[in-house]
Write a protein that binds this ligand. Structure first.
Ligand SMILES: [Zn+2]
Length: 480
């Protein structure tokens, strides 16, 4: 059993790491079997079992899985294929064929005509902030890490096999998932959001001002949620720190936001020099900057500075949309649910800001279509375990503007193209988001046809009979 093809990658610090070592993969298999009752719970994670299985697997080829008789949504097209057989070996899709596939020793899965599709990708996710309250986010880091690990498993069980994390201290959880200690998605971390004083992401109280110079850090900085930067030099420092920690891309907040208490929507935060400083360092690291931006001014400033992706963009106009398209810049909007707006208390500053931004959601999707902008899909769930549960439903709500096939292609093949912008910082070099030979085996076996019934995506518990990540079966309820 060989994992050499994709189990070793150079980390941003130049070290060679093993995000999915042979033993980690085995432990994961052990877990999968344990769930199926084959191995007593108490023995799941002992190295003795892993070592024994390692020996057995050398001959048994336990890594191979053969999906028989499945119709494929490949992550890019508009239709399903005729019935196919798909062989997964060593974490990759090895063979796709309409003919019988010779796979001695492979675990066989009878697809019975069900749909096989790529695992879903959320391009705007906050691994560490999705399920805690704002108060908790600034509190006990070990509690928050456990909540986030639990949420990561739930995220994976909703069929999201990869997330782009656009703010929060996700590095440790990413590592634990890659090591097989926790079930969760692949994470492309940005680390702390970089914000200005009073920018979106500055969650301090006014009683904490004035900020000290030198080593004085606020609580949100200590926990790694967001970092303040008020000069080009400070931007360079904070951006480099995120790369040292393992960031795959950098997130700046270029204008005001809804949830932060002291950042009016109309205010443009970073100066052109500060934005360019971030872009320059990201460029030095071979990757890119994405910015939180609603207004025309914030978006246009970001474009001029060389930013490659705009988050939200909800207050853009035709000219801005045209500029985004002409520069080949990505737009990462979210079909934010109405319930989220109504969740802000009436009369609050946040509610007033939400009321201003929400009407722009529909207009922005229309502009993205009109100007043929490269458009990613994300949910931006923050501080709500309940909303996190509707991650699939939020994706399904894209049918307000797109066909089901277009929506699902956006959340798979298209989102994967955005992730690949991280270049040499990509922790999972290889093809994601598609069902094709040589791609990572991140796969969902769906009980029904989501191209005809997008609601299946909103009900992952019943719809996704098998969830596979990196060739490992993370969920299998086919036999239930
Ligand atoms: Zn966000």
């Amino acid at each position: 059993m060989s994992h050499s093809s994709h189990s070793s990658t150079a980390s941003p610090t130049g070290r060679t790491t093993h995000p999915r070592s042979a033993v980690a993969r085995l432990l994961s298999h052990t877990r999968a079997h344990a769930r199926a009752g084959a191995i007593p719970r108490a023995l799941r994670r002992t190295s003795l079992v892993a070592a024994t299985l390692l020996t057995l697997c050398a001959t048994a080829e336990a890594d191979a899985v053969l999906f028989e008789n499945v119709r494929i949504f490949d992550g890019t097209g508009a239709d399903l294929t005729p019935p196919m057989n798909v062989l997964v070996e060593d974490g990759l899709i090895a063979t796709i064929s309409a003919e019988p596939v010779d796979a001695d020793g492979a675990e066989r899965i009878a697809g019975d005509g069900r749909v096989l599709m790529p695992g879903l990708i959320d391009a705007h996710w906050h691994t560490m902030l999705a399920s805690v309250t704002p108060m908790e986010a600034l509190g006990d880091v070990s509690y928050n890490a456990i909540v986030a690990a639990d949420e990561a498993t739930a995220t994976l069980m909703r069929g999201f096999t990869t997330v782009r994390d656009v703010g929060g201290p996700a590095f440790g959880l990413k590592r634990a998932i890659d090591e097989g200690l926790v079930q969760g998605p692949r994470i492309y971390p940005s680390g702390a959001m970089i914000t200005t004083t009073s920018g979106h992401g500055d969650f301090r109280q006014v009683t904490e001002l004035p900020r000290g110079l030198g080593d004085a850090h606020s609580r949100m900085e200590v926990v790694g949620g967001s970092m303040l930067a008020d000069s080009p030099d400070e931007v360079r420092l904070r951006v480099r720190e995120q790369f040292m920690l393992g960031a795959t891309q950098i997130k700046l907040t270029a204008g005001g936001g809804v949830s932060s208490p002291h950042s009016p929507i109309d205010v443009t935060t970073f100066t052109p020099d500060e934005l360019r400083a971030a872009v320059e360092i990201a460029d030095n690291w071979g990757t890119y900057v994405t910015v939180h931006a609603f207004t025309i001014d914030a978006i246009e400033g970001a474009i001029e500075a060389g930013v490659k992706c705009i988050e939200h963009g909800f207050l853009m106009d035709d000219a801005t949309a045209q500029a985004i398209a002409e520069h080949g810049i990505w737009l990462s909007p979210q079909p934010l649910p109405e319930a989220l707006r109504l969740g802000f208390p009436e009369g609050s500053v946040q509610r007033a800001k939400a009321d201003e931004v929400w009407p722009g959601i529909d207009r922005t999707y229309e502009l993205a279509k009109t100007y043929n902008i490269k458009t990613a899909f994300g949910t931006d769930v923050l501080f709500s375990r309940e909303l996190a549960r509707s991650q699939g439903a939020i994706l399904a709500s894209l049918v307000r503007w797109y066909t089901p096939a277009e929506a699902l292609a956006m959340a798979t093949g298209t989102n994967a193209e955005l992730l690949a912008l991280s270049g040499p910082r990509n922790p999972y070099p290889g093809k994601l988001g598609v069902v094709e030979e040589g791609a990572f085996a991140d796969l969902l076996l769906v009980d029904g046809n989501p191209l005809e019934d997008i609601a299946l995506i909103a009900d992952p518990e019943n719809s996704f009979k098998i969830i596979m990540k990196d060739g490992v079966i993370e969920k299998n309820t086919l036999t239930d």
